[in-house]
Design a protein around this ligand. Structure first.
Ligand SMILES: *[C@@H]1O[C@H](CO)[C@@H](O)[C@H](O)[C@H]1NC(C)=O
Ligand SMILES: *[C@@H]1O[C@H](CO)[C@@H](O)[C@H](O)[C@H]1NC(C)=O
Ligand SMILES: *[C@@H]1O[C@H](CO)[C@@H](O)[C@H](O)[C@H]1NC(C)=O
Ligand SMILES: *[C@@H]1O[C@H](CO)[C@@H](O)[C@H](O)[C@H]1NC(C)=O
Ligand SMILES: *[C@@H]1O[C@H](CO)[C@@H](O)[C@H](O)[C@H]1NC(C)=O
Ligand SMILES: *[C@@H]1O[C@H](CO)[C@@H](O)[C@H](O)[C@H]1NC(C)=O
Ligand SMILES: *[C@@H]1O[C@H](CO)[C@@H](O)[C@H](O)[C@H]1NC(C)=O
Length: 606
């Protein structure tokens, strides 16, 4: 294509940083936007932001200053590092004063057209900020950034995960609490009577600190007394299993665009199991601690211990599930949480020489497993999906060292990583083909539901979870917390420990006959299918069933490969990071096969 337009202005080009190795002095667009969104959503006290519709500014005295000689002064001879050949166009850059008394000036960069500059039009380009609230991505990027910040030491303990040594696990009396936790109905819930029970409430995990985790539990739509118990965890770190898992992915309801009514998810996982959603660690969603310093000391280990103590107490509250087959599933950073909780369960079962928790299997999706292969796979996915240039990909592969013992990264690596960021930041990296949300407004009437999840769902869920009637129905926020419910926590700052790999834990499960399924939505760019394949390859397992398509309803649902020791890898075709949001039918089929231990159907089922 010849350059179709002529003159381009770039005003105030924002700094964009690699989420790998970040120059330490700046914020990303996302941070800036988050700050604004946050302030705007803070309705409690008034935001100080005028949110009336936009009217033309009334300017007192527009001043056009003399610009004599400034054009020639602004001419850029050549940019440092510019390719050698002579350019076919002129470049200019400089300041224009827009308010003399205040001394306010805007910087511009101007490139004339490559041909016909005297006739082609003038185009002004402004970078804005795509409108998302804080997402799972921000939370995960933050951790990744800190972990790869080798310059000064991260402060994050990246030793391999050891069993939590819990000083005095306390199982408190849970008498009468189950019935108190029963949810009669959720505000805005569809009118008809439900085929399942819902519960929600707090479980104290540390009495002296006053720390309690919030759970939401939906029993199965049929055969609740025999179907297994499945715990779902979202990642972040710091993201809510209620806000993502329950309300946007695999729960029985989703929130309409009005932020107050609900509709059925026909592929909810409680068709296959009794499903428990846990907001963890304390500080996420409705979960809290009365000892606010707990928010500063979160990490993988404390999360696993609190989750374990939660589980023991919850089973005391719901004793009919004590001996039930138990499975744990989750996505993203739950690639750490799920194996670490499973490991803790095994550790205490062994110690007691008894089945305290009847753990049968784990399933993780688009999961953080092994930092080195996760990051390498991400850039390879970018390159193979035409998101970055071959040159950038080659430079990353040549100059970056993602191994755990890398002590520094080269300038060439940083430059290439930054280039990759610039190429991808405007995408929804969680689903590279999905539109991004462009309006943070609720609608008066619910928008028509489409089969594809609305990219603005985060906003609808945020509104719903912050409604007092919803919190009352859920038995949430009973202590009147001083902050809003957020889909990803803003309270949790810093993260104490995060091992570089969970592969030793996965191997332990294989050795202990715990079923392991690893799935991947194949259009996620953040923890993409390439990363997961590399991580599994790093385990060096023996293949049992070679790679083949799996089918559902006469279509290829994805691809699968099974390893000896009962480890199944399965892709979900056309799904982003939140697999059940994008391919709900395929996700339900996947979890049904996982729970029953049946292999995914091959092409002979077509
Ligand atoms: C890297 O670590 C140093 C020292 O802890 C800190 O000052 C800097 O902000 C960190 N950079 C990032 C991107 O986290
Ligand atoms: C809302 O505004 C109040 C007063 O300015 C402030 O104390 C509080 O932290 C804000 N909450 C959020 C979530 O920004
Ligand atoms: C210049 O900016 C100041 C704020 O810094 C404002 O008070 C003043 O009205 C502006 N002047 C004009 C002419 O717009
Ligand atoms: C409870 O949490 C506090 C931190 O807030 C910790 O010091 C203490 O050891 C915990 N107690 C138990 C029994 O785990
Ligand atoms: C936290 O403090 C509030 C207010 O004192 C109390 O009602 C609540 O029970 C405490 N939470 C826990 C888990 O102890
Ligand atoms: C564990 O329990 C079984 C019976 O459930 C018993 O046969 C075995 O000896 C026990 N092992 C240890 C080390 O206590
Ligand atoms: C809890 O309730 C208070 C009002 O009592 C509200 O300001 C706050 O946003 C709520 N927080 C959460 C996490 O639900």
């Amino acid at each position: 294509m010849k350059k179709a337009f002529q003159l381009i202005f770039f005003i105030a080009i924002p700094f964009i940083f690699s989420f790998l190795i970040v120059p330490s002095h700046a914020k990303t667009q996302m941070d800036a936007l988050n700050h604004l969104t946050r302030v705007k959503f803070n309705k409690t006290v008034g935001t100080g932001i005028n949110s009336d519709r936009f009217d033309p500014a009334i300017l007192r005295g527009i001043k056009i200053l003399s610009q004599k000689g400034l054009k020639e002064k602004d001419r850029i001879e050549r940019l440092p590092g510019q390719p050698a050949e002579t350019l076919k166009f002129n470049q200019y850059g400089g300041y224009v004063t827009v308010n003399q008394s205040a001394g306010r000036a805007l910087y511009y960069y101007f490139v004339e057209a490559q041909h016909s500059k005297d006739s082609l039009p003038l185009l002004l380009w402004l970078n804005g900020v795509p409108s998302h609230a804080k997402t799972q991505m921000d939370a995960l990027n933050h951790l990744t950034r800190v972990k790869f910040n080798k310059t000064v030491g991260t402060g994050i303990n990246s030793d391999r995960f050891d069993p939590a040594i819990l000083r005095g696990i306390k199982i408190l009396s849970q008498k009468g609490l189950k019935e108190k936790d029963r949810i009669e109905r959720l505000p805005g819930q569809p009118a008809e009577t439900l085929k399942f029970n819902q519960y929600g409430g707090y479980v104290t995990v540390n009495q002296s600190a006053g720390r309690a985790l919030y759970y939401y539990f939906v029993e199965a739509q049929h055969s609740k007394d025999s179907l297994p118990l499945l715990l779902w965890l979202n990642g972040g770190p710091g993201c809510s299993s209620l806000g993502y898992g329950a309300m946007q992915e695999l729960g029985p309801f989703r929130v309409h665009s009005d932020g107050k009514t609900l509709y059925h998810n026909h592929f909810a996982w409680n068709h296959a199991a009794n499903v428990l959603f846990l907001e963890s660690p304390a500080g996420v969603g409705y979960s809290y601690s009365n000892t606010s310093s707990d928010y500063k000391s979160s990490g993988d280990k404390s999360t696993a211990s609190d989750n374990y103590v939660f589980l023991l107490n919850w089973l005391e509250r719901f004793p009919e599930y004590k001996n039930r087959e138990f499975y744990i599933s989750g996505e993203s950073y739950a690639g750490h949480y799920v194996p670490q909780l499973a490991h803790t369960i095994l550790h205490y079962n062994k110690k007691a020489n008894a089945t305290i928790v009847n753990l049968k299997g784990i399933m993780i999706g688009n999961a953080v497993i092994n930092d080195e292969t996760d990051v390498k796979g991400m850039y390879d996915f970018f390159a193979s999906h035409a998101l970055i240039s071959d040159e950038t990909a080659a430079q990353i592969s040549k100059y970056c060292d993602f191994s755990p013992d890398a002590t520094t990264q080269t300038v060439e690596c940083n430059d290439a990583a930054q280039q990759a960021d610039m190429n991808t930041f405007a995408l929804d990296i969680y689903n590279i083909y999905a539109p991004v949300c462009t309006s943070s407004k609720l609608t008066v009437k619910p928008k028509r539901i489409s089969s594809v999840i609305d990219p603005c769902s985060d906003i609808y869920v945020h509104a719903y979870m912050n409604r007092p009637d919803v919190q009352e129905a859920l038995h949430a926020n009973v202590t009147r917390l001083d902050h809003d419910w957020e889909s990803c926590s803003e309270l949790i700052r810093g993260w104490n420990d995060s091992p570089t790999t969970v592969i030793p834990l996965l191997k332990e499960f294989i050795a202990n006959d715990i079923r392991v399924w690893i799935f991947s939505g194949d259009i996620d760019g953040r923890i993409p299918v390439t990363s997961t394949k590399y991580s599994i390859e790093a385990m060096k397992l023996k293949l049992k069933t070679p790679w083949h398509p799996w089918v559902l309803k006469d279509q290829v649902g994805g691809y699968t490969q099974v390893y000896e020791g009962d480890l199944t890898f399965a892709t979900v075709r056309g799904a982003g990071h939140q697999v059940p949001s994008y391919e709900p039918r395929r996700a339900l089929s996947l979890v049904m096969h996982f729970l029953s231990g049946r292999p995914l159907p091959d092409i002979s089922y077509l």
